[in-house]
Design a protein around this ligand. Structure first.
Ligand code: GLC
Length: 754
């Protein structure tokens, strides 16, 4: 059997290690790991020597098995390429049975039996679906985020998947762009923490384990900054902005040991990401020392032709491989052109060898050469998917992800004996609730709807009067009457409103961020009944909610909250859990303010609300500069008070720690969690500096009337920025420190760095 041959190769590589490694020495751990590396290198060298040029090119080829369609083209010939040994990986296949079938062909029918990688978009869960990534980020709970990714890896790996196209770490500040739903929002510091947590969750500490999978930092780079918020559109920015805002989460992923990167669709400063040597070689490999492999996004090499960067496929292939791309997703360009490009001297053999080897190395680290079927076990698949403890974790993450935006007169939590009118297009929804990029999430109705969640929690639906009222996105108002009737019979109205899962995510940019269809009109009709009004939002991005903010007594941002979403929403509605989420992205008053984010610059004419008569300020004539809800904003059923912001000194040298502490008190009647946020402002710089930058946060649980000291330690490294000469370092001068409950509501202090 072909695989025996590879096994022999492995054995030959290990033999010298078995005879010479002296485990009695003091540094045997280091010796052991360096010997392991030697074995790996010996094996890869030997395998590469055995491979033909075609077989090496075959490793750089990735095609979709078409079980999901995640891009504009499909190529059914992938099985032919597979049998010819011209396929390194398959994606969009997700069952142990299916993977086994294809792995068997790779291992037993090709000349060398090199196993396949199986990739899939396991973004926020595999079968058990967690809140969308933007919702997970709103939990500000890195342990929970890591745990959610770990569970996703457990489930995905049980179905034969050994590579996820996640985490998406694109910073995004424009909610017109539908893919804000997939990331961690607008802030660099939060984005960095989330990137680390998710890479760790997917990859664990040992890739060769059957339940750890390759992660993939995407979309490299700056895909979240398309002009006008239109997906795939042009991205153009200074290198300073790129390095300050968009690259740090990618660098964090490298530092966390991410195995793969995915190039973005967009051009960056005139060069498409898949042909961008500055990004893929100069920064990623040479500056950051990335040792994994780079896969393109879906046919993005082919798309360098419409970009106007390549005259034909061959040139696109030449540009991509020479820029640093190692694997071609769905394009077939490496498959069709690399041999010719080598023959014409346009691509070096070394470059092709390096690309193939980087992929073989990841297969080695996954343990696929020892056991190509390691991730393929139908029994484990059956036992692993949708475990009760995974569903419980999904419910817990969903609870922690939701953000209480308004709660006038403490309307929430509701008492269980109140009669509620449950109204809205998403009130009984158990399909949209798992959101976009929901992998193998079940969209046939097994997710928990809000109706079910409340019914389960109350133990009956006798206190629920349900009326749909309208659809998500059409102009039919014929069911308004029935909804108004329901409202009139109730003590309180709970409306569940929002987007369909296709209205955020890829290729889902919107210029109008209001609630779609006639949802606002329905709210207006219900408001006329004068009943207390709660609005629950299910959406993948910030919406423009000025009207809703005016008329509702309470608003809960629930995002698409996943398989257990309805249960989690019920938990918050009735106070089983006290909301603790904080916005990871600014909610604008209207689309005209976009892009709007907290860490903006001051400008030379900052608007001063105290002097509104003075015309010449940086402001709008028709709307306030402030957002509707700022970054870091989120209420609780209890109240928290911040007092005594104290620094250990007033002046610091560059090598001293800056110790900051504040007293946090729970002054309300509920126990609850608060995300204490630390911001810093560098008042003067050799380039202008933002008004605030998040430099730390801590999620603290306090019982009612408890107090606690919360401390942060930062140093001059945390104050570094890209100077006028692009050096990355802090500059002496005056700084302000802010600590508070969101980016607007803070205590302030200051210090000098000298
Ligand atoms: C899509 C997405 C990318 C995804 C890939 C594979 O177009 O841009 O995020 O991982 O194709 O499905």
């Amino acid at each position: 059997m072909k695989h025996k041959h590879l096994y022999l190769l492995l054995l030959i590589s290990i033999l010298p290690f078995l005879t010479s490694c002296d485990l009695s020495t003091g540094n045997n751990q280091t010796e052991f790991s360096s010997k392991k590396d030697q074995i790996r290198e010996t094996f890869l060298d030997s395998l590469m020597q055995e491979m033909t040029l075609e077989e090496k090119i075959g490793q750089t080829v990735l095609f979709s098995a078409g079980w999901n369609v995640t891009g504009p083209t499909l190529d059914e010939n992938y099985i032919i390429y597979l049998r010819d040994g011209m396929l390194g990986a398959i994606f969009n296949m997700h069952s142990a049975k299916g993977s086994k079938e294809f792995q068997k062909i790779a291992v037993e029918e090709t000349r060398l039996g090199i196993p396949l990688l199986f990739g899939y978009d396991v973004i926020h869960g595999h079968k058990t679906i967690f809140p969308i990534s933007l919702g997970e980020a709103a939990s500000w709970d890195m342990e929970m985020i890591e745990k959610a990714s770990r569970i996703a890896a457990e489930e995905a790996s049980s179905t034969g998947i050994n590579w996820t196209f996640a985490p998406m770490v694109d910073i995004a500040r424009d909610p017109r762009w539908g893919r804000v739903s997939e990331g961690a929002g607008e802030d660099v510091y939060l984005g960095v923490q989330v990137a680390k947590a998710r890479v760790q969750g997917f990859q664990g500490n040992d890739l060769s384990k059957y339940n750890t999978i390759l992660a993939c930092a995407k979309h490299y780079a700056a895909y979240g900054a398309p002009i006008a918020g239109r997906d795939y559109n042009t991205v153009d920015m200074s290198e300073r902005e790129l390095r300050t805002t968009y690259l740090p989460p990618f660098k964090a992923a490298v530092d966390a040991g991410v195995s793969t990167f995915m190039t973005a669709f967009n051009e960056l400063n005139g060069v498409p990401a898949s042909g961008n040597k500055f990004l893929l070689t100069d920064i990623l490999r040479e500056e950051w020392g990335f040792e994994g492999f780079v896969v393109t996004d879906y046919t993005s090499i082919n798309e360098m032709i419409p970009h106007g960067f390549s005259k034909d496929e061959k040139q696109a292939g030449e540009q991509a491989i020479n820029a640093g791309v190692d694997m071609d997703m769905q394009g077939g360009i490496f498959l069709r052109n690399l041999e010719t490009l080598l023959a014409e001297g346009k691509v070096s053999e070394k470059r092709i060898n390096d690309a193939a080897r980087s992929i073989l190395d990841m297969k080695y680290q996954l343990g696929l050469f020892e056991d190509p079927y390691r991730y393929i076990d139908t029994q484990r698949e059956k036992e692993t998917l949708s475990k009760p403890k995974y569903l419980e974790a999904a419910r817990d993450m969903a609870r922690k992800s939701m953000v209480l935006l308004k709660n006038d007169n403490q309307l929430l939590p509701l008492s269980k004996n109140k009669k509620i009118a449950l109204i809205g297009p998403l009130a009984k929804d158990d399909r949209e609730i798992i959101g976009s990029w929901a992998a193998q999430g079940d969209r046939t109705g097994t997710a928990i709807s809000v109706f079910e969640g409340i019914d389960d929690l109350l133990g009956s639906d006798k206190n629920i009067i349900y009326a749909k009222g309208c659809e998500i996105n059409d102009d039919d108002q014929s069911n308004f009457k029935q909804a108004v009737l329901a409202a009139k019979q109730a003590d309180v109205v709970v409306m569940v409103m929002g987007e369909s899962h296709q209205m955020s995510g890829e290729a889902a940019s919107r210029t109008n961020l209001d609630l779609p269809g006639v949802q606002k009109e329905l709210i207006a009709e219900i408001k006329k009944t004068g009943k207390p009004l709660v609005i629950i939002l299910m959406n993948g991005r910030p919406l423009t909610l000025e009207y809703e903010n005016k008329v509702a007594d309470a608003i809960l941002e629930a995002w698409w909250s996943g398989t257990m979403g309805g249960a989690a929403i019920a938990d918050l509605l009735y106070g089983e859990y006290n909301p603790s989420g904080k916005l990871p992205i600014t909610f604008p008053r209207n689309v005209g303010q976009i892009p709007i984010y907290y860490n903006a610059k001051n400008t030379g004419r900052p608007y001063n609300p105290v002097l509104p008569h003075n015309t010449y300020w940086s402001r709008y004539l028709d709307v306030d500069n402030s957002p509707l809800y700022p970054f870091g904003y989120g209420l609780s059923y209890t109240s928290f008070e911040y007092t005594d912001l104290i620094l250990n000194k007033q002046e610091y040298s560059f090598d001293e720690d800056i110790n900051i502490r504040v007293t946090l008190s729970n002054t309300g009647k509920y126990d609850g969690e608060e995300v204490v946020q630390l911001y810093v402002q560098d008042l003067v710089g050799n380039v202008t500096r933002p008004l605030k930058e998040l430099k730390g946060f801590e999620k603290v649980y306090l019982k009612s009337s408890e107090s606690q000291l919360v401390s942060f330690t930062i140093n001059s490294d945390d104050l570094a920025f890209y100077n006028l000469d692009m050096s990355f370092k802090a500059e002496a001068g005056e700084f302000k420190v802010f600590v508070g409950t969101n980016s607007d509501d803070v205590l302030e202090s200051k210090f000098i760095l000298k």
